[in-house]
Design a protein around this ligand. Structure first.
Ligand code: HMG
Ligand code: MG
Length: 302
């Protein structure tokens, strides 16, 4: 199959990345990161989560971060909203998109959002309805779509079921998420195919953590199926507090470098993206977890 000519990347670094940091990251630094990402040409940024601060204290400043962003026209700012409480709290922040997050594994659903898959759909339904009534786009994340830290391998029919349930309640778009980065290309393709039974190719995306170094391969395998939307995280930030040992999402810099090499348009300025990755990595006092980012920085200093 011909590869897509254009790819849309959602940078989830400010959310998926910074939700997992042990040290305190001030709202001002999060806002600085969002500004650098939008300056680099990102048109979709997952900014924060309206979740319980007892569960994820790192995201307790969600409203402050959203209020501090100087919005750029044409950029879509998304936030996670697991229930009506989160959605109502998010509303005054005027998100362009909200994300409900479910899982293909019962055990992960319990650990992450404290309810079963069926209960999660019941909680999401009013969120989706309220968002749609306000014209807010709704994305659904299907976590543990290939593997679960508690249940092991996940069969594609489990992904299909969650995709079907999300479709039934009106979720516009689903992300097939390899939460712990254990997916390999054929397994990821099978999970994508399962979700594609209920969603159109234009309403599906890949979200690959790079724990086992498979995320670029999984991205290419998904591109070959025509999937043209991906989540990625600047400087490879990220993980999930309820998936121990899982490292960050694939680095946005690495995905952009690969796509440029394939002649696929992203609208992203790689040099400015590397600057954004360096900004947050300097704050965190570590090197960017991106091979392309590191190579470009070495070349600059070289
Ligand atoms: P719960 O305890 O079942 O909720 O948590 P509850 O409705 O029983 O309420 C209990 C308390 O939480 C109450 O407060 C509520 O007000 C409060 P109390 O009376 O005890 O003081 N509460 C809230 N506070 C703020 N915002 C809210 C909210 N809801 C209830 N929205 C809940 C359920 C979902 C809230 C909880 O389990 C939670 O916050 N979990 C966090 C999950 C999370 O953020 N995980 C990381 C993001 S997901 C991810 O990283 C995966 C992804 O990247 C894809 C992938 O890689 O797979 C997306
Ligand atoms: Mg994630």
């Amino acid at each position: 199959m011909k590869l897509p000519s254009r790819v849309k990347i959602v940078d989830v670094g400010p959310r998926d990345g910074l939700q997992n940091e042990k040290g305190h990251v001030p709202a001002e630094v999060k806002i600085g990161l969002v500004h650098r990402l939008q300056d680099a040409g990102l048109k979709d940024i997952e900014v924060t989560s309206f979740v319980s601060p007892k569960w994820v204290p790192q995201m307790a400043d969600a409203a402050e971060v959203m209020a501090g962003i100087q919005r750029k026209p044409g950029v879509r700012y998304s936030v996670l909203t697991p229930n009506m409480k989160g959605f109502e709290a998010a509303l005054s922040s005027r998100p362009d998109e909200v994300v409900v997050f479910g899982a293909a594994s019962e055990a992960f659903s319990q650990k992450n959002i404290n309810c079963s898959i069926a209960e999660s759909i019941e909680r999401f339904a009013p969120v989706v309805e309220a968002a749609r009534a306000k014209g807010i786009h709704v994305r659904g994340a299907i976590s543990t779509a290939v593997g679960c830290p508690y249940e092991g391998e996940i069969a594609p029919d489990r992904v299909e079921l969650v995709a079907k349930l999300m479709k039934q309640i009106g979720v516009h778009h689903v992300g097939v998420c390899d939460t712990i980065g254990v997916g390999t290309p054929r397994k990821v393709q099978a999970a994508m195919e399962a979700a594609l039974k209920h969603y159109d190719i234009d309403d599906i995306s890949g979200h690959f953590h790079d724990t086992y170094g498979q995320a670029l391969g999984n991205t290419l395998a998904s591109l070959e199926m025509g999937v043209w939307q991906y989540d990625a995280s600047v400087a490879g930030l990220g993980g999930c507090p309820y998936a121990k040992g899982a490292t960050g999402n694939v680095a946005t810099e690495d995905v952009v470098f690969m796509l440029q090499g394939l002649g696929i348009e992203t609208g992203i300025d790689l040099d400015k993206l590397v600057d954004a990755g360096k900004y947050i990595s300097d704050f965190l006092q570590r090197k960017p977890n991106s091979r392309a980012g590191t190579a470009i920085l070495n070349k600059r200093s070289g």
